[in-house]
Design a protein around this ligand. Structure first.
Ligand SMILES: C[S@@+](CC[C@H](N)C(=O)[O-])C[C@H]1O[C@@H](n2cnc3c(N)ncnc32)[C@H](O)[C@@H]1O
Length: 164
């Protein structure tokens, strides 16, 4: 099991917030200041240069930046060493259904867990959201391929077959 964190700046509507649901079940710790984020964590950053891969599986924790897309400023997190972007996957949430790359925090966390070999934890996290398990269904093929890759270069090569 990999410890999960979400940094929340309250720019998202708390009623629609996916990580708050996980917090209720004790599956994630929400932090509201940048210094409270563990230094060694892997930051889920859509602007990161390196794609997340099974080679990241030894991480100590995963942190989602749970801000609204409009205000997300990944520049505020440059002091963290580990930033990873998720490869091509499509959203299953009702707001962005079918849209590639723009995942909710819970979808992003579940995808990272799945690719790192923590499939049971990924399912447990998604099971707390109404439409959650749908994310695994619509992304079944790419998730299985990414999880079987050796490293980031292989993940990027697999992603290219979907972007063609
Ligand atoms: C911008 S917030 C939006 C939160 C949304 N309102 C919710 O309730 O979940 C989504 C976060 O999930 C992670 N994320 C989403 N898509 C991602 C991707 N393609 N690569 C890496 N991280 C991603 C990032 O941490 C990102 O900041």
């Amino acid at each position: 099991m990999i410890p999960l964190y979400a940094y929340r700046d309250n720019s998202c509507d708390p009623k629609k917030c996916t990580v708050k649901k996980l917090e209720k079940f004790g599956l994630i710790k929400i932090v509201t200041t940048i210094p409270a984020i563990p230094r060694s964590t892997l930051i889920l950053d859509p602007t990161a240069e390196q794609a997340l891969s099974p080679a990241d599986r030894m991480v100590r924790s995963i942190t989602a930046l749970d801000c609204s897309w409009e205000v997300l400023d990944t520049g505020a997190f440059t002091s963290f060493r580990l930033h990873r972007a998720l490869p091509f996957l499509v959203a299953a949430n009702p707001v962005n259904f079918g849209r590639p790359f723009r995942l909710t925090s819970v979808e992003a966390i579940a995808a990272a867990l799945f690719i790192m070999g923590e499939q049971d934890q990924a399912r447990a996290v998604l099971a707390k959201i109404n439409w959650g398990i749908r994310f695994l269904e619509v992304n079944e093929e790419p998730l299985d391929l990414y999880a079987a890759a050796k490293d980031s270069a292989e993940v990027v090569a697999i992603q290219a077959t979907y972007l063609d």
